[in-house]
Design a protein around this ligand. Structure first.
Ligand SMILES: Cc1cc2nc3c(=O)[nH]c(=O)nc-3n(C[C@H](O)[C@H](O)[C@H](O)COP(=O)(O)OP(=O)(O)OC[C@H]3O[C@@H](n4cnc5c(N)ncnc54)[C@H](O)[C@@H]3O)c2cc1C
Length: 359
């Protein structure tokens, strides 16, 4: 077993996404910290659709972990097992911990290196640029935002968005769905609801939907949800802390139920709120605080508690507009666009990790 040594307590963080990057950054000088992530970089998810239509944007959102985590060890591998005292990775590391943080949000199939990821964005861009007609499958935030980015930057292209559900953006209220739908229609995006696309039976750019409609498109983008990154926990000491949806059950301090020294943060937790990155960042801040307290030997009852977030959500509609849901009002157009759609909070996210906001 590898011991990170010294007097300092050992903290292992699994998952270098939105929540994992924030907590790793905040703890790196307070303990002996190891971050385990499947890839060498953190990617800012809310910039990813802009990066598909503007590949240079990807340079700012794909950030090597080593650029902002200067005082800790980074293990690029998949965590495969957790025992009461160590984490095992696919490439054979066993990492001992005093405290463990699980932040494996969603499973992704991103390449391992930053340069591979940047090339991927370049080829996405080429795919869009060279197509006259584009099919987007999935009308959640990713599909809606990608349709809007393409409709804004390439208004001459025919974009068709197909969604299985009866309304777009089902994670927010129906007002926001309607506003997004109307905006897309105003930009000549064809939106087909209540149907799915058979991606196995595509021939010569002709796609069939479950309602028997035919769509002609030069290429397609699959924007359906990703599975939770918790299936690997089912054979571990944390298996009894998973709920029936595969989420990690946590208490008000975001500590995994039944485990004194294990915390869960981000989308993987069962906190009752919309799963969003800005809330995952808040989880990371609360657990960062709690761990700093415990690392100093302070009393557990002094730990901070987390209050679930309210149903605030913003969806970008191209470079200047958006839809924003607040507790008592839902807005669309330039005002929500001003809040998010220009820089997409990329500068702020970089700054929070101690990086230059611009490059
Ligand atoms: C396109 C898109 C746009 C979005 N826009 C917004 C937005 O505008 N505002 C907002 O608030 N939220 C937004 N979200 C949601 C937000 O990105 C998520 O809520 C957030 O990423 C959750 O953070 P997380 O750290 O829990 O998980 P993730 O960010 O999913 O990170 C999980 C990390 O764990 C790693 N991992 C998984 N399993 C393992 C394993 N076994 N071993 C090692 N590593 C592992 C993954 O590689 C990944 O790095 C968006 C999401 C997407 C996809």
């Amino acid at each position: 077993m590898e011991n990170q040594g010294g007097e300092k307590k050992r903290v292992v963080i699994i998952g270098g996404g939105v929540a994992g990057s924030v907590i790793a950054h905040s703890l790196q000088f307070s303990a002996d910290v190891v971050l385990i992530d499947q890839k060498e970089y953190f990617e800012i998810p809310w910039g990813s659709l802009r990066a598909s239509v503007e590949p240079s944007f990807a340079e700012r959102i794909v950030i090597n972990h080593s650029d902002y985590l200067t005082n800790m060890r980074i293990v690029v591998s998949t965590a495969t097992n957790v025992t009461e005292s160590e984490v095992i990775t696919a490439d054979g590391h066993s990492l001992a911990y005093d405290y463990l943080v699980i932040a494996t949000g969603h499973k992704d199939s991103f390449p391992r290196t930053r340069s591979e990821r940047l090339s991927h964005y370049k080829s996405e861009f080429e795919k869009i640029k060279s197509a006259d007609s584009i099919l987007i499958v999935g009308g959640g935030p990713t599909g809606v935002e990608l349709s809007a980015e393409i409709a804004t930057d390439f208004p001459g292209k025919k974009v068709t968005l197909v969604h299985r559900g009866s309304r777009l953006l089902e994670f927010v209220g129906s007002k926001a769905s309607r506003k997004a739908l109307n905006w897309l229609i105003s930009k000549k995006v064809e939106v087909l609801l209540d149907q799915s696309v058979n991606l196995d039976g595509v021939s010569d750019g002709v796609y069939q939907t479950s309602k028997g409609e035919t769509i002609k498109a030069d290429c397609h983008f699959l924007c359906t949800g990703k599975p939770l990154g918790s299936s690997w926990l089912k054979e571990t000491v944390l298996k009894d802390s998973l709920d029936t949806n595969g989420r990690l059950t946590v208490d008000e301090h975001l500590r995994v139920r039944g485990h004194q020294n294990v915390f869960g943060i981000g989308d993987i937790t069962d906190v009752k709120e919309i799963k969003q990155g800005y809330l995952a960042q808040r989880h990371a801040q609360v657990v960062g605080k709690n761990l700093k307290l415990l690392l100093k030997g302070r009393k557990e009852r002094k730990m901070a508690t987390y209050k679930p977030g309210s149903a605030i959500a913003m969806v970008t509609l191209g470079r200047k507009e958006g839809v924003a849901q607040f507790p008592f009002v839902t807005l669309s157009g330039r005002i929500p666009g001003k809040l998010k759609s220009g820089d997409l909070f990329v500068g702020t996210t970089r700054k929070d990790l101690g990086l230059n906001p611009d490059h």
